[in-house]
Design a protein around this ligand. Structure first.
Ligand code: F6R
Length: 242
């Protein structure tokens, strides 16, 4: 595990974008695993800048998003489809046919998960998976539990997760109760994991995830088992490592 701590958000964003851009420059048809939430927004902004300056092209990459809410229309401003268009896809040259986000409105959610899994198995390995960290230690929407699932599946969101995400909705009652998420097995299969964590409110869970026992009650603790985990932190999130 390599941990990089940054004293400014800008430096962190540039470092994160630099790692992704360098991968795509050396492997134009790289497979990227993408995350949503507040954490990666600044990194996506830097990637868009790099694209606009002609430093990197995404025309041959394939992307797989970690998760999507169930039952939010695709064009709802808080759907992860909307998020990805707003923050990344509408600004770069990624080919729509190689962009994949789970369809939380599929008539048959089980089949949607199975088809996502088949596609990811066909890809063999995601080259780089971006991850944020939930306050309860979730990665993707793999919530703390007695056991965790391998592949993409339907989850009921924790109250804590819905509370955290209520900031984007008129009230907590408007936050979807379920989501589709890649499983921990799929996440851990990626060649490289880029975990990005910001803010004092994540310091404790981050410290527990990276130094505490490996347990399904803190899904991010399983990241300790990955041979190529890179962690990008701001000083607030890294407070307990000093
Ligand atoms: C998002 C995702 C979630 C978030 C996590 C942190 O696709 O899978 O695990 O990364 O909830 O969210 P933020 O970044 O909003 O604090």
């Amino acid at each position: 595990m390599i941990i990089h701590q940054f004293s400014s958000q800008q430096e962190l964003n540039e470092a994160g974008a630099g790692i992704i851009a360098a991968l795509v420059q050396t492997k134009p048809d790289a497979v990227l695993g993408l995350a949503t939430g507040s954490t990666p927004i600044g990194i996506y902004e830097e990637l868009v800048k790099a694209y606009k300056k002609g430093r990197v092209s995404f025309k041959s990459v394939s992307t797989y998003n970690l998760d999507e809410y169930v039952g939010l229309p695709v064009d709802h401003p808080e759907s992860y489809h909307s998020y990805m268009n707003q923050h990344l896809f509408s600004h770069i040259d990624a080919a729509p046919e190689r962009i994949r986000i789970p369809n939380g409105n599929a008539a048959d959610l089980k089949e949607e998960c199975a088809s996502y899994n088949r596609e990811l198995e066909g890809v063999k390995q995601v080259d780089l998976q971006i991850l944020g960290l939930g306050h309860n230690g979730h990665i993707g929407f793999n919530e703390p539990a007695d056991s965790l699932q391998n592949g993409t599946h339907l989850v009921e969101l924790d109250h804590k997760t819905r509370e955290a995400n209520a900031r984007f909705f008129p009230s907590i009652d408007d936050v979807p109760t379920h989501a589709l998420t890649m499983g921990v097995g799929t996440i851990l299969k990626a060649k490289m994991l880029l975990l990005v964590v910001r803010g004092a409110d994540k310091a404790e869970i981050l410290h527990r995830a990276l130094t505490g026992p490996i347990t399904t009650q803190c899904p991010a603790s399983l990241l300790q088992t990955h041979p190529n985990l890179v962690v990008l932190l701001d000083a607030e999130a890294g407070r307990l490592f000093q």
